[in-house]
Design a binder for this molecule. Structure first.
Ligand SMILES: [Ca+2]
Ligand SMILES: [Ca+2]
Length: 558
């Protein structure tokens, strides 16, 4: 039956089967220079409803006429008429240029990957996942690099091998979502850094095809920022910055730096600390430090799967990241699955560097402090730790805590939880996309729902006032039944509400219904009782596997 509402556990995004996704980067993304601090940052932007476009534009509201056909039998209706009809509607939407992911080409993030692929299985695993989402962004570079774990070689050949496997399934992917690039395009941006460790490869005479690619991408006449996600050492990026500083005016350098967005998986060579110290306005996300001093245990990214080896997460569901689960849901699926290796220490330690770039309605890349599948980060200068190479000299986006209900029924409060809280959602999503790679039959696979709000993403309220929430226009391209969950993302906002009693201090009435409401609290609130509240709508379908997408509502309490 259409849009049946089923009750879910209220666990605000913990690793239970419902939950989590993101949205509208378009208008805020290029609006101005990205804020660094919290508040002035948030108020400078308005949420756009763009990401609800796509299939939502093309799909009719199903409920009224669906109920009129009850005599036909819901199951028969679903299988016999509705699924084929929805498939046609979905294909029409694709034909008319609405991506199922709701983004036109010019609004996608631009992404460059630097990877020390082949140092261990991680990077190859992450590259497989990355390619199943590469219609969500413009891939502008795939660069093989070194790292502290692989100091004297790079392995572009391995990237090429995985891209070839992607080429065998691209036609299948295109049945399910538009916009997947050709292998020729991916080969054209496949580059390498020097086979040298860290700062030994930075300075006069160390330009490489990788560093030159970064410079030309940033120099393109395109207002969008360039994301550099760093899965190994960032010395190719360091060389690009070194060269631009050496050959351009300070103003030109500043303009160059302002277009970059960097996420590094800890510090895998000595060029990361050097970059942060020398380019103080560079937008940089990292849990700084070196593995030799124990940094990986503390790093946010290890929350993706390091339950036993690095992060030692209590409360996360390890079964979703085990080699057994990955064999069943990823590795056994066609040519792309076949190049997804077994993990050695943990699954895909590099993946958090790009998870927040996926257009799922939850994260916003320009606001790392809002949180998403790739974790949540706040802007400050980290204190010196023994796993740091040198003291940090300026603020950047780094570790932040979320309080999350675990599968053990207890609340857990740390930085790893900012990623593992979404684990069931991002694993199911990857599993579904791997199924897309092996079928040309749209109806044989699941596709994510399309949450739609009945009001703007940004609301204003006074303390004590009632706030009404609505998602009644929500649809699913497969006609699946849907579960709704509204929850308060306390840590992401600035409203100073106490969570002494539980991690979920706000009561949202009808939190599991398409329409819900709450009263802006006046008790247990720090004076003056104002700030921004983040309310997340998670819509999870009842397809196989269950898929989740989101909307985020910001309520400015004034
Ligand atoms: Ca790596
Ligand atoms: Ca679905």
């Amino acid at each position: 039956m259409m849009n049946t509402v089923l009750t879910t556990n209220r666990s605000c995004g913990a690793a239970v089967e419902r939950s989590p996704r993101r949205k509208p980067w378009v208008d805020r993304r290029y609006a101005s220079s990205p804020g660094r601090g919290d508040r002035q940052f948030e108020f400078g932007h308005s949420l756009s409803p763009l990401r609800g476009l796509g299939l939502a534009c093309a799909s009719p509201r199903l409920t009224p006429w669906a109920t009129g056909l009850r005599t036909f039998g819901a199951d028969n209706f679903h299988k016999g008429i509705l699924k084929p009809l929805l498939t046609i509607l979905a294909l029409l939407a694709i034909a008319f240029g609405f991506g199922a992911n709701g983004l036109a080409a010019e609004t996608k993030p631009r992404v460059i990957v630097l990877t020390d692929i082949e140092n261990e299985p991680d990077d190859a695993m992450s590259l497989v996942r990355f390619l199943t989402y590469c219609n969500h962004w413009n891939v502008e570079g795939l660069v093989a690099t070194t790292s502290i774990h692989q100091q004297n070689k790079t392995a572009a050949w391995r990237i090429r091998e995985i891209v070839i496997a992607y080429g065998k399934v691209r036609d299948n992917l295109l049945v399910h979502e538009p916009g997947f690039p050709t292998t020729n395009h991916l080969f054209s941006v496949l580059k390498e850094g020097p086979a040298l460790y860290g700062m030994k490869a930075v300075g006069e005479g160390h330009d490489s095809s990788g560093s030159e690619l970064i410079i030309s991408a940033v120099d393109k006449d395109d207002p969008r920022p360039v994301w550099v996600t760093v899965w190994g050492g960032p010395n190719v990026l360091a060389q690009a910055l070194w060269k631009v500083r050496a050959t351009r005016t300070p103003e030109q350098l500043e303009k160059f730096v302002s277009k970059l967005r960097v996420y590094t998986i800890s510090d895998q060579d000595d060029s990361g600390p050097w970059i942060r110290q020398n380019f103080t306005n560079l937008f940089y996300i990292a849990s700084p430090g070196f593995n030799a001093g124990g940094a990986y245990h503390h790093a946010t990214w290890s929350g993706i799967s390091g339950d036993y080896f690095h992060a030692r997460c209590d409360g996360a569901d390890f079964t979703l990241v085990s080699n057994e689960w990955l064999a069943q849901n990823i590795r056994r699926k066609g040519p792309l699955g076949a190049v997804y290796p077994h993990w050695e220490f943990l699954m895909e330690g590099d993946t958090p560097s790009f998870l927040n770039l996926i257009n799922n309605g939850l994260s916003d890349p320009e606001h790392p402090n809002w949180g998403g599948w790739g974790g949540r980060y706040e802007f400050y200068t980290p204190r010196l730790q023994k796993w740091h190479l040198q003291p940090e000299t300026r603020p950047f986006w780094t570790d932040a805590d979320d309080e999350v209900l675990g599968i053990d029924g207890r609340w857990h409060d740390d930085n790893h939880a900012t990623i593992w809280r979404w684990r069931s959602a991002f694993q199911n999503d990857f599993a579904a996309r791997m199924t897309w790679t092996v079928t040309t039959n749209y109806a044989a696979a699941n596709h994510p729902p399309v949450p739609k709000l009945g009001h703007p993403n940004r609301l204003t309220a006074k303390p004590g006032e009632r706030v009404n929430l609505s998602a009644t226009g929500t649809t699913d391209p497969d006609g699946d039944a849907l579960s709704y969950e509204w929850f308060y993302y306390n840590e992401a906002g600035t409203f100073p509400l106490s969570n002494a009693r539980s991690g979920q201090p706000l009561t949202i009435r009808n939190f599991d219904q398409p329409q819900a409401w709450f009263i802006v609290p006046t008790n247990r609130v720090m004076p003056p009782g104002t700030g921004t509240m983040h309310i997340i709508l998670a819509v999870t379908d009842h397809g196989t596997p269950r898929l989740t997408r989101y909307q985020r509502v910001l309520v400015d309490v004034k």
